[in-house]
Design a protein around this ligand. Structure first.
Ligand code: SF4
Ligand code: SF4
Length: 479
């Protein structure tokens, strides 16, 4: 029989059949019945995943695949380190500061002593695990509010790395708002091989709507100056943005500012992180999906790599399942400003999730880490059989918890956008294939690898930008 979760959609007189885990697409004219599809799939060499036994068990099928992935493993490769929770800005949608306020926590800097303790313990953990590339993300608040500690940590990491203290090379990423970057900082960061992510929301009018200083002034000029200082110094700096209502309204201008003016190698375009017990001003994410789709269409024409969208597109282009969407599902620890360890930055300040640990390997026995390590849409009720189950990874766990109060449930924002991008991919592929079918008078057509590539437009497949190891680690092809 046919694999039970093939997705079918019609284009003109042609039905498209899409396998949500192998991403193969078969176009067939007319109204073929299951037997005809099965026969065609077999002739196209797709039997292995398209034609299954009558007693097919999805659970065994997917468990076989997952056993060869990170699923259920706690193999920590990423340290996300809060260097401070203080910030010179007061962005309207800040996940960290707003949640800390709700949780009654004061903002403060990480001390040098605690910072060194975190790095030493992370190194011990890395040495107790298999060799692998590590990623240390220096985060805040605004990390440059605690510049001396941040720079001391960077020096220490690079020094320890030379002695192979992390059992693998280390990528260091600094996530900052750009406004405090000096020429000296830029030289230091370049010399120490630090990748920098600067928060800029497109153009001044958009950026300054929500990213304001504490006394209500816009921060665009200063953020942009910081970015330019880094680029002039030869740093690898990219731009991270939030997809707000204002960004959506000014989409063309925002993306043109990236492709024609600032020209970063890539940008992030985050959908909102949901806050604990409070609404974000003007969060209309669900109504802005068509604009998010437009962002990708423009980006694929102009060669702008939008990391958060490519997390959905890349699996479709490379035929790799995205098992989970966030390192918090088994490969990441987060340290807070008191040197405690937790699972997710969205939960910082919540004492149930952040604990003092002498031995970081203890997280491997922690029930919460274990529960998160098996969170994948491939096993979630309500997700199994969804056309986008191979690309969404279930989205942000913290969002799912806030939106549904249930760990094994979808992040609604990523869910909606993943379905949308699946439909868009099928539409793009159909537009690529239909002329070929007409010209050759074909009644059946299997999407070729070359045709699959049309999804990417002029986008490059991969290049040297921050956080790519982290972003791709949960992507794997089903054999
Ligand atoms: S989270 Fe949404 S997109 Fe992902 S599998 Fe579940 S229902 Fe589908
Ligand atoms: S679950 Fe969401 S908030 Fe938490 S670490 Fe992952 S992406 Fe960030």
């Amino acid at each position: 029989m046919l694999f039970p979760y093939l997705y079918r959609t019609r284009f003109d007189d042609t039905l498209a059949f899409f396998h949500p885990l192998t991403f193969d697409v078969l176009f067939m004219k007319g109204e073929p019945d299951d037997a005809a599809v099965e026969e065609t799939a077999a002739l196209a060499g797709l039997s292995r995943h398209w034609c299954v036994e009558e007693d097919f068990s999805y659970d065994s099928y997917i468990d076989g695949f997952l056993s060869d992935t990170f699923y259920g493993r706690i193999d920590i490769r990423i340290l996300k380190m809060f260097t401070t929770t203080k910030c010179n800005l007061n962005c309207a949608y800040c996940l960290i500061e707003k949640n800390l306020e709700t949780r009654g926590k004061k903002c403060r800097n990480l001390s040098l002593e605690d910072a060194e303790g975190v790095i030493d313990r992370f190194s011990r953990l890395c040495r107790s695990q298999d060799r692998a590339k590590r990623t240390i993300m220096l985060y805040g608040g605004e990390p440059l509010m605690n510049r001396e500690t941040v720079f001391a940590v960077i020096r220490k990491i690079r020094h320890m790395e030379k002695e192979d203290a992390f059992n693998g090379p280390v990528e260091i990423d600094l996530e900052c708002n750009g406004t405090l970057v000096t020429e000296d900082d830029a030289v230091f960061l370049r010399e120490h091989g630090v990748f920098i992510l600067i928060s800029i929301d497109g153009i001044r009018e958009v950026h300054d709507t929500y990213r304001r200083t504490r006394d209500g002034k816009g921060s665009y000029e200063a953020a942009r100056a910081g970015y330019e200082t880094l680029i002039r110094a030869g740093c690898t700096a990219v731009i991270s943005s939030v997809f707000t209502d204002r960004y959506a309204e000014n989409l063309d201008a925002c993306l043109s500012a990236m492709t024609q003016d600032l020209k970063p190698k890539s940008i992030g375009l985050n959908l909102f992180h949901v806050l604990e017990e409070r609404e974000i001003e003007n969060d209309h994410t669900m109504d802005l999906m068509d604009r998010y789709e437009q962002a990708f269409l423009k980006a694929r024409e102009e060669g702008l790599y939008i990391e958060h969208i490519m997390r959905r597109i890349r699996p479709l282009a490379d035929k790799k399942i995205r098992v989970s969407d966030c390192g918090a599902c088994g490969s990441r620890i987060v340290s807070d400003v008191e040197g405690r360890i937790g699972i997710c930055e969205g939960l910082v300040g919540d004492d149930r999730y952040f604990l003092k640990r002498e031995d970081y390997a203890d997280v491997k026995k922690d029930p919460e880490f274990r529960r998160w390590s098996v969170r994948t849409p491939l096993k979630m009720e309500g997700c199994i059989g969804c056309r986008a189950m191979g690309i969404c990874g279930g989205g942000c766990v913290s969002n799912a918890l806030r939106q549904n109060h249930e760990l094994y449930s979808p992040d609604r924002y990523i869910c909606e956008s993943s379905k949308m991008f699946t439909d868009l991919a099928l539409k793009i592929w159909w537009n690529t294939v239909k002329a070929v079918m007409e010209e050759k008078k074909e009644t059946v057509h299997l999407l070729s690898d070359e045709e699959r590539g049309s999804l990417l437009g002029v986008l490059q497949r991969s290049f040297d930008i921050p956080l790519q190891t982290v972003s791709k680690q949960f992507e794997k092809r089903i054999r």
